[in-house]
Every structure is written in structure tokens, then in C-alpha cells.
Design a protein around this ligand. Sequence first.
Ligand code: BG6
Length: 522
Amino acid sequence: MSQQQSGKRGAIPSMETSGDALTEDTVVVVLGASGDLAQKKTFPALFALFQQGFLPKGVHIVGYARTKMDDDEFHKRQTKYISPSKDDEDLAKKFDENIKAFKSISSYVAGPYDEDSGFQNLLKHVEDLEKDRKGEKRNRIFYMALPPSVFTVVAKGLKKNVYSKDGSNRIIIEKPFGKDLESCREMMTALSAEWAENETYRIDHYLGKEMIKNMLVLRFGNVFLDASLNRNFVSNVQITFKEPFGTEGRGGYFDEFGIIRDVCQNHLLQTLSVLAMERPVSFSAEDVRDEKVKVLRCIPPIARKDVLLGQYTASGDKPGYHDDDTVPKDSVSPTYAAMTLWVNNPRWEGVPFIMKAGKALNEGKVEVRIQFKDATQGIFNDISRNELVLRIQPSEAVYMKMNAKLPGFATRAVPVELDLTYKKRFTDAKIPQAYEALILDALKGDHSNFVRDDELDVAWKIFTPLLHWIDGKEGEERPKPVGYEYGSRGPKEIDDFTARYGYVRATGDEYQWPQTNVAASL
Ligand code: BG6
């Protein structure tokens, strides 16, 4: 960030001062280069950064995986899911040229994950690329797009064989970080024996999403919001994740983990921690993460009575969860979960934070909905509650549901909204994909949007007892999820569940989006 930008009104200096930015002399090694994650997320993100000139000068990208292939075949796979930019015409026009250039800086090495010889070959390749460097430094970033079974052995192999002695080394890893508190600690201990905390970047890609990054500015940059987000005004909070598709093709992986490990323990808990944390001393990485850990430590383990589990069943031509060939026929792994968490601190005590996540539902949407308490009774006859909604996806938006007098001679209050829909307000905004934002942060040496080791530990403490019960590890029968139809809103029990925690659902005929017809409302 330039001096000039830092001086602008509204600048957030502590967000701009990053650690040790890598601007040149860098090789990015993508481990697991022939796999799904690398092809669908890592390479498209690297390309997006490359075409906008955000990668270090003279950068090289090296793919490493077990599959034997030549550079041509690697380039085909590397660019399989990359398409021209939809929101930048100039970039779209230069697409072919940029893809060619991207391929020219990318190469591939095949080798095993568990033998030094493979990593020594990789080192040789990387050193060849670094040969004609002008600078003294040899910076290396290792992106682990790998299954967890090989995380530790690869991290060790890299440290032993490919670690740069005269530059920065960074390792980027992604969930699953174990399956419970104990296995996570085991994995983290093994990793931290090789890689220092400041070299380690743990991705939770939700932290790279625009609206999550916006939360701290919204909360602490707006006095009226900061003042009202607490137990005196808020009745309940809902964090909702809905996907319109089932496990299609991923049943094998999914069944072992279930929706709670897949989405709630990480993405939704991260969202909760940013939403509920106290104001940090500054927006620098450690100050933000200190506050996140602090608020998470105020949350006791989730109680069984605060949980509703579901599993989708067939509907029309849509398959049920058990119809997936990779799923055991008697699986009780939840594909839907609703649970209430309690934050026992002076700001939030008694306010239910309801997390809901499900696959194979009626729509795809992620949002945070903060519902305020009722206006004091006496002068209104049944008036709607205020709600602050942060829509994380699709189509980022912040809107506040409020009441206004129906215009004209009528004396009636109707629900309306203050609407900040990004597409309307920031017409030319180019919102980066989460992985682009995070890889750029890692290059800058900024840890703010990565998960710290103690954050992970406390996150697992909140979820482990519940997960052990679901896994049948408590010596009791495993809880059986209730059924819900593919394409529905989820289990029919969900409305009673949220009502139990004080949520009042607006009735459809009362609230119309995006316009209220005055005549029809009289
Ligand atoms: C992943 C989960 O971490 O997040 C997937 O493993 C889920 O099951 C995905 O679909 C959701 O990410 P996004 O960015 O599409 O909301």
C-alpha cells in the first residue's frame, strides 16, 4: 500500500502494514498439483493474481505431485478451470496472451510424498529456476493442496530438503486440521516441530471472503452498530449456510467428516468469532487473532439439547444421501445441522448464536442475520422486529430491516430496509475470490486472515464433545438424524428449533422485497 493511499480518509493503517512482503525472487511450489483443490482453486487464484500483476516479479510456479506427466499435460490440467475475467473487459481481452505467459512461468516435477529423493529432485528443479536471480534471496512458498494423510510427512520432507537457507519460507495448509481436539493437536505438534508459527499460513477460505473482511469495519467503524450489537438489544443471531446440491461425487470424503466438521467447526465458527469479538487494539494480525481467541474461549462446548441433525432423502429425480454409492447405506452422518452456541461474556451472555448448515437444500446462500428485540409494546399493534442481515454470498449485501410509516394518509408501520447491495452501490467493484485474497496476504506476510494454532485448539474444544457423541465415541448409540427432502428448506423441525431460541420469522405477506406496494398494504 503506498504512502499516498495510507494517508487517505478512512485508511486503516494497521491493516496495511503487513509483515515481510515478497516482491521478487520467489518460487511458489504447489504440492498436490494434479488434484482437485489445486486445479479448481489454487491455480485459478494464482492466475488471477498473475494477470493483475500481483505476483512477485520474476515468480516461478512449480507443480509437484505423484502423477507422472510432462509440462504440456501439466499446463492442460493447471488451466482447466481458468476462464476469462467476467468483470474486467481489458483482462478478458488479454486472456490468451496471459494464459500463455502463465504457462511459461509454470513447470512440473513428479515425485513421491514420502521419500527424500522426490524432494531432492524438486530442490534441484527449484534451484535451476533460481540460478539467474539477481537478488541474493531465495524465497519459497509451499502450497499444500494435499489430503491430510500426507500433510505431516510432506511438511517434514520439504523442511528437510527444500527449505531455503537464504530467504523466506512459507507453508500454506488447509483443513481438515484433524478430526477432533486430540488429532488436531497431534497434527499441529508434528507440523510445529518443523515449521515456525510465523511461517505457517492455515487457510480457512471464509476469512478471504469480502463480507467477512468487511465485518470489522462495519462493526467498529459505525458507532450506532457497535453500540447496538450486544445483549441489551439483540434477541438472537443466525449464521446460515445453505447449498443447493448434495454430496455428489464427494460422498466418500464427506461421510467421514459430516457437515459439522465440513463447514460449522471452521467456516461458520470463524464467521461467529469475527462477528462477536471485542474491538481489537489494532487491526494487525496478532491483535485481531487475540480477540478472536478470547471470544471463542467464552463459548462452552455445544450441548446436545441445543442441536438438530438432519440427513437428506430422495425427492423427485434427486437422489437421497444414501443413494450416493460412496456412502454406507446405514450412514448416520449428518448433512444438515443446526446448533446453538452461547457466548458467556458481558456483551453476549444469553444471546443465542444459532448456526445452521445444510447440503441439498432449496437454495445456495450464506448469511448472518442479527435479530433485534421487540420494540416496547404499548403504542404499536404487532410491529416487525429489526434485523441486520449480512449476505456473504451470493451477491454481497448488508441490509437493515426496519419499520417506517406507510407513506400517505395511512398511519401504519410497515417493514422496509436500508439496503447496501454491493452491485448497486459499488458498480465497478471487482471482488476477488477468497483464495486470491488469501494467497496475496500470504505473499505479503500478513497473517490476519489465517487461523492461528490456539484458535484451532479452542475451536475444537467447542465441538469435540458433540462430535464424539455423533461418532458414537461416548459409548452410546449414535444419534439418528431426521430426514429432509432434497431441495427443501431442511428438516421440518427447524422452525420450532429457531423459535425455541427466540427467533421470530417474518411472515411472507407482511414483508415484500424489494418494494412495498402502498395500495396493497393499506
Ligand atoms: C468447503 C467444504 O470447505 O467449503 C465444502 O468442504 C463446501 O463442502 C465449501 O461446499 C463451501 O465454500 P463456498 O466458498 O462455496 O461457500
